[in-house]
Design a protein around this ligand. Structure first.
Ligand code: ZN
Length: 111
């Protein structure tokens, strides 16, 4: 199962992959680039690391597009942000829900 895009409000991020070699060279599993709205994730991650990285990068995407400044938000502010913005993300992206379900199944490797 592969996710190709994520919608948030009127924004759209492309989700693409990078090789393990590239990821290792940069010392990360994924990254988000605001200037071209792209989420890049290492290709052959196991499902747990894939889901962890995907959610992490979606957070950066949503944080960027929401324009919310996190520095002084505090625990309640962050909880409010996660609840309101991730509920929007899940409603706008039914395929993401399927990817999360798929990742929760006990198979080992993401292709
Ligand atoms: Zn990060």
């Amino acid at each position: 199962m592969k996710l190709e895009k994520i919608k948030y409000k009127n924004f759209k991020a492309t989700v693409t992959t990078m090789s393990r070699k590239t990821a290792t060279q940069h010392g990360l599993y994924g990254f988000y680039t605001p200037n071209n709205n792209t989420i890049v994730i290492q290709k052959d991650l196991n499902k747990r690391d894939y889901l962890d990285t995907l959610i992490h990068e979606i957070f950066h995407f949503v944080a960027d597009k929401s324009g919310i400044k996190f520095r002084n938000l505090g625990e309640e502010g962050v909880a409010k942000f996660v609840g309101s913005e991730f509920s929007k993300i899940l409603i706008q992206n039914p395929k993401l829900v399927n990817v999360i379900k798929w990742c929760a199944k006990p198979w080992v490797y993401f292709f």
